[in-house]
Design a protein around this ligand. Structure first.
Ligand SMILES: Nc1nc2c(c(=O)[nH]1)N[C@H]1C(S)=C(S)[C@@H](COP(=O)(O)OP(=O)(O)OC[C@H]3O[C@@H](n4cnc5c(=O)[nH]c(N)nc54)[C@H](O)[C@@H]3O)O[C@H]1N2
Ligand SMILES: Nc1nc2c(c(=O)[nH]1)N[C@H]1C(S)=C(S)[C@@H](COP(=O)(O)OP(=O)(O)OC[C@H]3O[C@@H](n4cnc5c(=O)[nH]c(N)nc54)[C@H](O)[C@@H]3O)O[C@H]1N2
Ligand SMILES: [Mo]
Length: 768
């Protein structure tokens, strides 16, 4: 079976384009969120639910990983958090009758928006070889079938276990134990496509793959640089923190090819000032950089700072550099050599402009750089982030108040999942601790990351795939390749809350295991359970669902995984030892296991009582301790890289609209960018439309071009409307996941392996 992502059932006839907004949130956002919530949940459940988001005894917002403020508002939610909650807490249901009425072929002709709109999954479903429809099965048959299949593999490395970032600490920890107990490290995760570049660059340079700031640091910073991030849509609660910093006198520099509304202006709906009086101007300086120009910009800042140091002194924190860093000379040499004309070409900014930006950095006593996908999804993302670290190290802006690195994570527990060992390259110390705690010997050989897993599936080396959440088929690059690869697997299993494309593009056999979400009450034998999560700033806290679950016998992620452990490890000589039924009945027993394996979780249970939050240890932040080979923070010298765009071509970034959560599409509007009623648009500079011989509003195919080992490869996404937009010349933007079909599997970041979702060379073709 080779399928094609659907285009036939998509109606874009209502698409309209208006003026983009220059300010974010305000009352319209609140009304919009409430309307969607009431549509999905009804009025009573809306009230019950939204008041519980991010409260001390409520549930953690599944929207994003931005931390909560210490002093919580009664309704600590944002428009897009409310949408994420409504999507999960919907009263719509996908029951066995739905699968009787809709064949697999019908479902394959639907896009992720339609699939998601059908509601919560309620019953385990199975698709046998040759079946045209899924049919219901019992929980025990489902889990037995999976365990039997795993037992029959000739090598544990024929199995792949994917994780998305909503899994709690408890389920993620148990999942990696299942996988390693079974005998493989094939644990690709969404992080491979997300902040892997941040993890790679930070581990190497400062000795920890995480950010070094807390929310208080954000409030106390002198200068906040927000690069490659669209917080107004993707981390709206961050705007309140930026506003607070601003009120204390911080400057904000926004670095982005697009003038995103949330970067420019914020109307905080929770204060009268924002709701009525016109809100806060956020960015003092908007830097409209070219796609992939950030490495050059940070080199330029470093170059200017070093020149000023040589002329006048007082710029570089000499004490910090001497005592806490290594590699300074090589770094200084590399930026001295790079030419301003190359930096200008890479960024699209003049030398004068870049020096003016650098002057703002020089004037700051405490600088924080925040970033997201605009910096991590390029071929040269790791060197780009090393340059960010270089600039901060020059001024000693790491490990002191109001200063540091702030990779802003996506999924609400993606950082926690990695802490729990969801990683294809686990450290020896982690594995040793796991072995000791569970009396077995975990495999040492590294496993597949996301790109490697797809290759192995494509090549017929994988016979089993399981997804703990997520939507592997739609989220990964090179959709056609992935769909064909999925079909080569014998059994694909998805543990999911909602229907998505990964349930309908399957292996020979497929199983859907419906699961409780964050908002659902989780009662197991030992009583009502809570789970824990880690936010983007390394703070851990509990989350407890409050709503009645979509079906009475729905299991939690923990219960499903514990059931599999029980079955897979039965009669196995080298397998983790634990009382799986007891763990399933009381998650505190899992937390006890975590506290024995993962550093920083001592007294876990006590530290999360009463809604309390605790911080995990962080060497750079806590004590300017850098756990690198030299024991110091490392300056690095990185040759300048930036994308080269061939004649007649443009560079495409794939991004999120305001109405989606990754592959979950809430609706077809992108309010801040002025797009309504459709998603198949390309935002492009008006002069480029002219130069390429098209007109604003033309419908075109997007064709990506990639030089593969066997010559030039082409990939096509059909029927997109060209929309004139304020973006740099030859830099265009279109929504993910519709454009994932264009991203070549082999186009990924050096070192981190993250697909280059923000840099795809494309051309346009008129449609016949
Ligand atoms: N509502 C909502 N919230 C979400 C998500 C969601 O889909 N919806 N997804 C969650 C997840 S998993 C993640 S990872 C985050 C994603 O959060 P973001 O990273 O904000 O998401 P993107 O839409 O990919 O936006 C990328 C931004 O970077 C800019 N950009 C692109 N290329 C470059 C570049 O080369 N340089 C610079 N300086 N800027 C560039 C784009 O113009 C855009 O503003 O959000 C999380 N939160
Ligand atoms: N072209 C392009 N591709 C990208 C990106 C991009 O910017 N451009 N961004 C990348 C990034 S940053 C990321 S993080 C990935 C996201 O990749 P994924 O994490 O794989 O995708 P999501 O769309 O977040 O997954 C949504 C599905 O998760 C399931 N789900 C939701 N909540 C729960 C839960 O509590 N438990 C369980 N078990 N399941 C649940 C639902 O069934 C839902 O359909 O996509 C990546 N792909
Ligand atoms: Mo992400």
């Amino acid at each position: 079976m080779v399928t094609k992502p659907p285009t036939q059932n998509i109606d874009e006839s209502q698409l309209t384009v208006g003026d983009p907004k220059t300010r974010a949130v305000g009352i319209p956002a609140v009304l919009h969120a409430l309307k969607m919530s009431v549509d999905q949940m009804g009025a009573v459940r809306t009230a019950q639910t939204l008041l519980r988001v991010n409260q001390k005894d409520g549930f953690d917002c599944p929207g994003c990983a931005w931390p909560e403020e210490d002093k919580r508002h009664l309704a600590e939610f944002c428009e897009n958090g409310a949408k994420a909650v409504a999507e999960e807490a919907t009263i719509r249901r996908v029951e066995p009758a739905f699968f009787r009425e809709n064949s697999l072929d019908d479902l394959r002709s639907r896009d992720d928006w339609w699939l998601g709109q059908q509601g919560r999954l309620t019953t385990p479903m199975m698709l046998d070889e040759g079946d045209t429809h899924y049919r219901p099965i019992s929980w025990s048959t489902a889990l037995d079938t999976i365990a039997d299949h795993l037992r029959e593999l000739s090598d544990p490395n024929e199995a792949v276990f994917y994780t998305s970032g909503r899994a709690s600490n408890e389920s993620a920890f148990l999942y990696q134990l299942l996988v390693r107990g079974f005998g493989t490290n094939n644990l690709p995760d969404c992080s491979n496509m997300c902040h892997e570049s941040s993890g790679s660059a930070l581990t190497e340079t400062i000795g920890i793959g995480k950010g070094t700031v807390s929310i208080t640091d954000i409030h106390e910073a002198d200068l906040l640089i927000v690069a490659g991030q669209n917080p107004g849509t993707n981390h709206p609660r961050m705007l309140s923190a930026l506003e607070k910093a601003k009120k204390r006198g911080a400057r904000i520099i926004a670095i982005n090819p697009l003038p995103e509304a949330g970067l420019l202006h914020f109307d905080n709906p929770q204060t009268p000032h924002g709701a009525i009086l016109g809100g806060t101007k956020l960015a003092d300086d908007f830097v409209q950089i070219r796609l992939g120009g950030d490495q050059a910009l940070f080199q330029a800042i470093g170059k200017h700072l070093l020149e000023q140091e040589a002329l006048h002194g007082g710029v570089v924190d000499q004490r910090f550099v001497a005592s806490h860093t290594s590699g300074f000379d090589a770094y200084a040499g590399s930026v001295a050599e790079v030419s301003w004309s190359d930096l200008e070409r890479a960024t699209g900014l003049s030398e004068e402009r870049m020096r003016a930006i650098a002057e703002q950095v020089r004037a700051s006593q405490a600088t924080i750089v925040c970033w997201a996908m605009g910096l991590t999804q390029h071929k040269h993302s790791v060197p780009t982030l090393r340059e960010v670290v270089n600039v901060l190290l020059l001024q000693g802006s790491i490990g002191r108040p109001g200063a540091g690195v702030c990779p802003v994570r996506g999924h609400s527990n993606v950082q926690g999942d990695r802490t729990m060992g969801i990683y294809e390259k686990p450290s020896e110390s982690f594995l040793q601790a796991l072995d000791d705690a569970y009396a077995f010997s975990a495999p040492r050989e590294h496993g597949y990351d996301t790109v490697a897993a797809i290759r192995a599936m494509r090549d017929g080396d994988v016979r089993f795939f399981m997804g703990l959440g997520g939507n592997f088929v739609s989220a990964t690059p090179d959709t056609d390749v992935v769909e064909a690869a999925m079909a080569k697997v014998d059994l694909t299993v998805q543990i999911s809350t909602k229907l998505n494309r990964s349930h309908v593009v399957t292996g020979t056999r497929a199983i859907i295991l419906p699961v409780l979400g964050r908002t659902d009450r989780d009662i197991r034998k030992g009583g009502e359970q809570r789970v824990t999560v880690e936010d983007s700033m390394g703070a851990v806290h509990a989350s407890r669902g409050r709503l009645s679950p979509p079906a009475a016998d729905l299991l939690s992620e923990v219960a499903i995984i514990a059931g599999l452990c029980e079955r897979v490890f039965r009669d196995r000589a080298n397998a983790p030892r634990a009382d799986w039924a007891a763990l399933e009945g009381d998650y505190a027993l899992i937390r006890d296991g975590i506290s024995r394996v993962v550093p920083g979780f001592g007294d876990y249970e006590e530290r999360i009582q009463g809604g309390r939050t605790f911080f995990l240890p962080n060497g750079p932040r806590d004590a300017r301790r850098f756990d690198t080979p030299t024991g110091k923070a490392m300056f690095t010298a990185n040759p300048l890289e930036y994308p080269h765009i061939p004649e007649g071509r443009v560079l495409l970034q794939t991004l999120r609209s305001h109405d989606q959560y990754n592959t979950t599409i809430y609706g077809k509007d992108d309010r801040y960018r002025g797009i309504h009623g459709g998603r198949r648009v390309v935002l492009i500079n008006a002069e480029d439309i002219d130069d390429l011989g098209f007109h604003d509003g033309d419908i075109v195919d997007i064709v990506s071009e990639w030089q593969g080992p066997e010559g030039r490869e082409e990939r096509r996404a059909e029927a997109f409307r060209l929309v004139a937009y304020d973006t740099p010349r030859r830099n265009v933007a279109a929504y993910y996941p519709e454009t994932n079909v264009l991203v070549p599997l082999e186009s990924y970041a050096d070192i981190s392996g993250t697909p280059t979702s923000k840099a795809v060379v494309v051309r346009f073709e008129s449609r016949g």
